[in-house]
Write a protein that binds this ligand. Structure first.
Ligand SMILES: *[C@@H]1O[C@H](CO)[C@@H](O)[C@H](O)[C@H]1NC(C)=O
Ligand SMILES: *[C@@H]1O[C@H](CO)[C@@H](O)[C@H](O)[C@H]1NC(C)=O
Length: 261
């Protein structure tokens, strides 16, 4: 399919001049009907000889309109007009770039693109917060949300107070040393201090629908390395297990019953 498109592109470029239109952006709520214009029609002279539509989303490209017909997955919900196509009941999977390619009767090739953003409100994000962090080490908190489109931005709250992007600008947070990336939702303490213990939650916001809050997660700080202590205890338990096994092994072989015979 893709090879076909390329062949045609090369053919078109060879026959006439290649006209690249500008990309239009269309935003529409999920489940609505959308009209995607083919600007290339206006810039092509004469009557179009052929017209094709391609969709590029999520890493793959499909040729979904060619030879005057839509392919499976489109034919039940798409209507073709020379100047635009109508897509009924779009889903989040329809977000991506649509390319209209036109070959006019005088051999001129032109194409135009439309970027479709299917709006999806953010869902409830998940706050990934360690329960205990060691003072003096780095601690990373993440706000995870995967539905929202356009991609949400993120806010973090400690004890119900929004954390500023720069802790130095706030008397409440100036003892903290952290960076907050509102685009990725990553909040990194470097290093964590005793002041950073508290109840944390995050919020995902885009311009569609209302902001969504995560559950509240408590984070404690500890002077000693809790991970190290746990590892130490595990090693100790393993050693103890080994000793018990050794004693049992010796006992079962009768090493302890010599005197009783
Ligand atoms: C669109 O419709 C589907 C199925 O009916 C539903 O699951 C989804 O939440 C709807 N999207 C919006 C944004 O309402
Ligand atoms: C910041 O640290 C200073 C000195 O340790 C302390 O007096 C002050 O209460 C701390 N501020 C906050 C907001 O925790």
């Amino acid at each position: 399919m893709a090879a076909r498109g390329w062949l045609w592109l090369c053919l078109g470029a060879g026959l006439g001049s290649l006209v690249l239109g500008q990309t239009a952006v269309v935003e529409t709520p999920e489940n609505s009907t959308v009209n995607l214009p083919c600007k290339a029609i206006a810039s092509s002279s004469g009557t179009p000889r052929r017209q094709e539509w391609k969709f590029h989303g999520d890493g793959s490209t499909v040729l979904f309109y060619h030879d005057n017909a839509f392919t499976d997955g489109y034919k039940d919900r798409a209507i073709f007009y020379p100047g635009e196509i109508h897509l009924k009941s779009v889903t989040r999977k329809d977000s991506g770039t649509y390319t209209c390619e036109v070959l006019s009767s005088d051999g001129k090739f032109s194409e135009s693109q439309v970027e479709l953003v299917v709006q999806v409100p953010p869902s409830k994000p998940k706050a990934q917060v360690p329960s205990v962090v060691t003072i003096g080490t780095k601690a990373v908190l993440k706000c995870v949300e995967t539905d929202g489109n356009p991609r949400p931005t993120f806010k973090w709250f400690r004890d119900n107070i929004e954390m500023p992007a720069d802790p130095q600008t706030s008397t409440l947070f100036k003892n903290s040393s952290y960076s907050l990336d509102e685009k990725t939702g990553v909040l990194a303490f470097e290093p964590a201090t005793a002041f950073d213990a508290g109840d944390y939650y995050c919020e995902a916001v885009n311009k569609v629908g209302s902001p969504q809050k995560s559950d509240i997660v408590h984070m404690d700080t500890s002077k000693v390395n809790v991970g190290g202590i746990v590892a130490g205890v595990v090693v100790l338990l393993l050693l103890l297990g080994l000793v018990i096994f050794g004693v049992w092994f010796a006992y079962s072989r009768g090493y302890f019953s010599k005197g009783k015979e």
